[in-house]
Design a protein around this ligand. Structure first.
Ligand SMILES: Cc1cc2nc3c(=O)[nH]c(=O)nc-3n(C[C@H](O)[C@H](O)[C@H](O)COP(=O)(O)O)c2cc1C
Length: 181
């Protein structure tokens, strides 16, 4: 698929089939994460591949009731859990290099987007899940203190692909030369 077309046609797919996806497909998605750019190439991510239904059910319980991703969490044949490694990205000799502090959220965000695009390129659907009780998920998965679960990404064969939510027009967020102009 052509890149810009992939960027524009990728959707959050919350209606997924429970059909299995292959290890080769999962590996392709993990490769996309592997090649994500990161702060000084810190690569501050780790990924837990969850196929176990009982664990998926426990992870699903960390989502608040109003989160529309419940069905995807339960039906997807695989849920990738993307963890950030704290204190690596945006630091030089233990000191934060910028006013932004730890950049792992940025790097893991980029990795997540790459994974969702790679899934789309394979004809698969995914939904980035950010609204959940992360400390609870960390406990379920045995994630150590110096790591943080950032997002969960259920992936599967799409059952229904929604239409695109409206985007801002360029003039609404692009300025010329200085802010607001
Ligand atoms: C950081 C992040 C967190 C998100 N968390 C959730 C979530 O918890 N539950 C959910 O159903 N969708 C979640 N989404 C999906 C967004 O709602 C979706 O990307 C947005 O509505 C735009 O739709 P599109 O992805 O189809 O373009 C999240 C997306 C991002 C980037």
């Amino acid at each position: 698929m052509e890149l810009l077309e992939a960027i524009k046609t990728r959707r959050t797919v919350r209606n997924l089939k429970s059909d299995p996806i292959s290890d080769k497909q999962i590996e392709t998605i993990l490769e996309a994460i592997r090649w994500t750019p990161s702060w000084t190439n810190a690569q501050p991510w780790e990924v837990i591949v969850v196929k176990n239904q009982a664990i998926k059910e426990r992870l699903n319980e960390t989502l608040p009731r109003g989160n529309p991703a419940h069905k995807a969490m339960l039906k997807a044949p695989v849920v990738l859990v993307l963890c950030g490694i704290k204190g690596k990205s945006g630091y030089y000799r233990g000191e934060a290099s910028t006013d932004k502090g730890d950049w792992y959220m940025f790097d893991v965000g980029a990795a997540t987007y790459g994974a969702s695009l790679a899934a789309h390129d394979l004809g698969l659907g995914s939904v980035i899940v950010g609204l959940f009780d992360a400390p609870k998920a960390e406990e379920i998965l045995g994630v150590p203190e110096d790591r943080a679960v950032v997002v969960m990404l259920p992936i599967g064969v799409p059952e229904k692909i929604p239409s695109a939510p409206k985007r801002k027009e360029l003039y609404e967020f692009v300025f010329e030369t200085t802010y607001g102009k």
